[in-house]
Design a protein around this ligand. Sequence first.
Ligand SMILES: NC(=O)c1ccc[n+]([C@@H]2O[C@H](COP(=O)([O-])OP(=O)(O)OC[C@H]3O[C@@H](n4cnc5c(N)ncnc54)[C@H](OP(=O)(O)O)[C@@H]3O)[C@@H](O)[C@H]2O)c1
Length: 319
Amino acid sequence: MRAVGFDVIGGPEVLRPVELPVPVPGPGQVLIRVAYAGVGYGEAQHRLGDFGAPAGIEVPGMEASGEVAGLGPGVTGLAVGEPVAAFLPDGGGYAEYALAAAEFAFPLDGISLRDGGGAALALPTAYGVLAGAARLAAGDTVLIHAGAGGVGSAAAQIARALGAAAVYGTVGTPEKAEYAKRFGYDGVFLRDGFAEQAPEVDVVLDSVGGATRSSSLGVLAPFGRLAVYGETAREADPELPVRELWLHNRSVTGYNALDLVRRAPAVLRSHALSALSLLASGAIRVDVTAELPLSGAREAHETMAAGRGRGKILLRVAE
Ligand SMILES: NC(=O)c1ccc[n+]([C@@H]2O[C@H](COP(=O)([O-])OP(=O)(O)OC[C@H]3O[C@@H](n4cnc5c(N)ncnc54)[C@H](OP(=O)(O)O)[C@@H]3O)[C@@H](O)[C@H]2O)c1
């Protein structure tokens, strides 16, 4: 089968076309004939070695959609030919066929394969960081860093659907601020200097880290929660002033999907099903801004690595 893989860590240039055998589903797994694969920062982390050095050829792709092409022993509740969106914690989506754990293969009732291709990691993450880590309550106000990105744009819409009273975002450039308006933000700030402009909020979602993380503590209202779930800035982990948390009624909380895969897969599945039902109902949408062929994976990663990505970039895998 056609795939895109890498065997050394590095920039987008390490991604190359490879030919691999079609995998065979083991116990509890389904084989998916991939239609679309999402491109997100998780795949950049995979490529950069954040999840470990590659052991041979590794195929990125942590979310994909397609039809079930085969069932491993013991799988129930899914049928061959059924359209699904799948979260693939170990990657594998940039290929004609991918293996998914059955519990992370979600039927696409009322959702297109195209939307589903960018949904199975971005949406559960947005839902999980809001509902799980930040314990968002109706009436809360929220500030979302990188608010024009895949997870950020989903989080803005999910926060509203969960009853947030106001939703603010930060972005890297004025062009992205203009683009982000389509997600219903009450205000979008340039991240550079956001802390002087943004109002106090109950929840901040931070996937950027570094100086953005430190400044975010200062915009928390009493009992506000800073929910940390990434570090795209790739700056040094800031020192956490614990006494400051006490003196200013602040909390810091974290979200990590890969930890949930290991320790609480049912929680992750529940977040995914909740987020996908919001998508199916039309309460939220996936904003696909670019659709490239599988051979365009490197170009998609170049866009993402340069911080130029907006909404969701997809790879169209099926011919
Ligand atoms: N914890 C988890 O389980 C989990 C799961 C999935 C994703 N994530 C995290 O969620 C975040 C968003 O993921 P995504 O897939 O939706 O990506 P994305 O938001 O589509 O892209 C990343 C965004 O981060 C910002 N950014 C800031 N510094 C950057 C840099 N040095 N290089 C590239 N981008 C930079 C850019 O937005 P601006 O132009 O607005 O700065 C960029 O568009 C990432 O940090 C990812 O690691 C975490």
